[in-house]
Design a protein around this ligand. Structure first.
Ligand code: PXP
Length: 238
């Protein structure tokens, strides 16, 4: 059974647009869990553009709600994450000027630093994941770094599909990376830029166990509501 992780960062984006309390990401976390999300993903960015420290703390303290906290390798953010103890962490690259996470981690360049961060979380029994590009080399480095999971960045695939370009090579790269990771006992997740169609295409890759979906899911819920949208995603990944 594949799992659906719902990224609720953009509920906070909407709240922050007014600087008030509504819509409340904590209420959103509880609600999406109630209607079928398997976990909640939040990204505590260095610039706090959506989720803030208090949101993260409150969401991570909710009972029966698995939370996947995305963090950069920034030492202050790592320390905060270690204190609030989410169920899972996913280490992502972060660049101040980017609109969203534009690619996977540069594992080769940051091996030592990432390995250290992973061991800190593993010591607290927190599941670790690395957001990587679909590359066999990066899968092998991920193993070396002793992560539990990887999340394959599906942004390039999504862009190719949405712009009706040939996506077969990128899909093959994702599939090969997922198979290799699975063979060496790394759990495989996928995320970024996913909508119904791209999720459906990726769902054929048996090795992908979890999808983390945010922007499209939140946007589509403005029209159809969380209930209908989450139900539709769950049906696709069943
Ligand atoms: N997975 C990771 C690791 C991410 O950084 C993001 C974006 O924050 C997502 C999934 C969700 O991407 P999207 O909002 O495009 O669905």
């Amino acid at each position: 059974m594949k799992r659906l992780g719902v990224n609720i960062d953009h509920v906070a984006t909407l709240r922050n647009a007014r600087g008030e309390r509504h819509p409340d990401p904590i209420a959103a976390a509880k609600f999406v869990k109630k209607i079928g999300a398997d976990s909640i993903t939040i990204h505590l960015r260095e610039d706090r553009r959506h989720i803030n420290d208090l949101d993260a703390k409150k969401i991570c303290s909710l009972k029966n709600l698995p939370v996947n906290l995305e963090i950069s390798t920034n030492s202050k953010i790592v320390d905060i994450a270690l204190k609030i103890k989410p169920n899972y962490i996913c280490i992502v690259p972060e660049n101040r000027k980017e609109v969203t996470t534009e690619g996977g981690l540069d594992l080769n360049k940051n091996k030592k630093k990432i390995k250290k961060i992973i061991s800190k979380f593993k010591n607290k029994n927190i599941r670790t994941s690395l957001f990587i590009n679909p590359s066999l080399k990066d899968v092998l480095i991920s193993k070396e770094l002793r992560t539990d999971c990887i999340e394959i960045h599906t942004g390039k695939l999504s862009t190719l599909i949405k712009s009706k370009k040939n996506f077969q090579n990128e899909l093959k790269r994702i599939k090969k990376s997922a198979i290799l990771a699975n063979n060496i006992n790394i759990e495989v997740h996928a995320g970024h830029g996913l909508d119904y169609r791209t999720t459906q295409i990726l769902n054929n890759i048996r090795e992908i166990k979890e999808f983390n979906i945010g922007h499209f899911l939140i946007g589509e819920s403005l029209f159809d509501g969380f209930k209908k949208v989450i139900k539709k995603f769950k049906k696709i990944i069943r």
